[in-house]
Design a protein around this ligand. Structure first.
Ligand code: PGA
Length: 311
């Protein structure tokens, strides 16, 4: 084996560190996520770059700019780590663990990506049967507090000490309008301008509505609400028909289609939120539930990010 390649073998952890720094675009933030000190992270990256004989990134002011070599290493590192994760799951499977039921209760908006997540999971674990319940945030909170499911998926989980949360995907809330809207071509729109137009909003109890209301409160703005509609798809159709603008999860476009709709470039948007898997701390996770959470944190999450980056 070429001696340079031998350097990779001792550096799986370094590859993980490199990916974290790349993902968070910051050594400091990556160190916090990895529970390592900043000097340790910097030193491991230096070792990796010395072993490979090339710089992986340059620090330009506060920004990290990855070199071509750095980007090539990142691409390969993702493939290597994903293969190891798959191997790990196959080995566990060979030990005969993976059969049983997985119960999920998810909020309406997550139905755009949950099937995508479950597709690969079911192919990997054909012995696992899935029960999926879809409802709005308020109803899913009730299920969570009653411990009815293995996991609940929210981007706005309740703030409660009894709940354990695992963040796994960004959920940007974006402003949308029909293609012929007066603001459609504007390159910069102030929030005030945006609020002059009629607005379509999800029903109360919806997490999307909750996030919009919190945002409005924080910025001391009010919306010109024309209609309350109980479904993301119905809101999209109403927007296309010229009934108003709205703010919805970007996933309703990325996974649900963006024909005849444009995203508006409104200052302060998107509202940045994240998807979480939630369960009661007191609820012991089954082998199947643990398998699912490991899958989401690794392969599942990477697959979703790949789809989001290509749409
Ligand atoms: P919703 O919830 O589908 O009820 O709007 C989405 C969320 O929790 O962000």
């Amino acid at each position: 084996m070429a001696s340079r390649l031998r350097a990779y073998i001792g550096t799986l952890r370094q590859l993980e560190i490199l990916l974290a720094v790349h993902e968070h675009d910051s050594v400091t933030v990556a160190s916090e996520h990895l529970h390592l000190t900043q000097p340790t992270v910097s030193m491991q990256l230096k070792k990796l770059s010395d072993a490979l004989g090339t710089p992986l990134y340059d620090q330009v002011g506060r920004k990290l700019v990855f070199t071509d070599a750095g980007n090539a290493v990142i691409k390969t590192a993702k493939e290597i780590l994903e293969s190891f994760e798959l191997l790990d799951m196959h080995l566990a499977d060979l030990k005969g663990l993976k059969a049983g039921k997985l119960r999920l209760g998810v909020v309406t908006t997550s139905k755009y990506f949950v099937p995508n997540l479950l597709g690969d999971f079911c192919r990997l674990y054909p012995g696992i049967e899935i029960e999926l319940k879809v409802a709005n945030r308020e109803q899913i909170i009730e299920r969570l507090m009653e411990g009815l499911d293995d996991f609940n998926v929210f981007s706005h989980p309740p703030l409660d000490q009894r709940i354990s949360l695992h963040e796994f995907l960004p959920n940007p809330l974006v402003a949308i309008a029909p293609l012929d809207h007066p603001l459609a071509k504007a390159s910069k729109i102030t929030f005030k301008e945006f609020t002059h137009y009629p607005f379509l909003i999800r029903e109360s109890g919806s997490g999307t509505r909750h996030a919009i209301e919190e945002f409005m409160k924080e910025h001391n703005i009010s919306l010109n609400i024309r209609m309350t509609i109980e479904s993301n798809e119905a809101i999209k159709q109403a927007v296309i028909s010229g009934l108003g603008t709205s703010i919805l999860s970007g996933h309703t476009l990325a996974f649900g289609g963006r024909d005849n709709i444009c995203e508006l470039n409104v200052a302060q948007l998107p509202i940045k939120t994240n998807w979480h898997l939630a369960h009661l701390k007191a609820k012991r996770l089954s082998v199947v539930a643990n398998t699912f959470i490991n899958y989401v944190n690794t392969i599942g999450r990477n697959r979703l990010l790949k789809v989001l980056h290509t749409k």
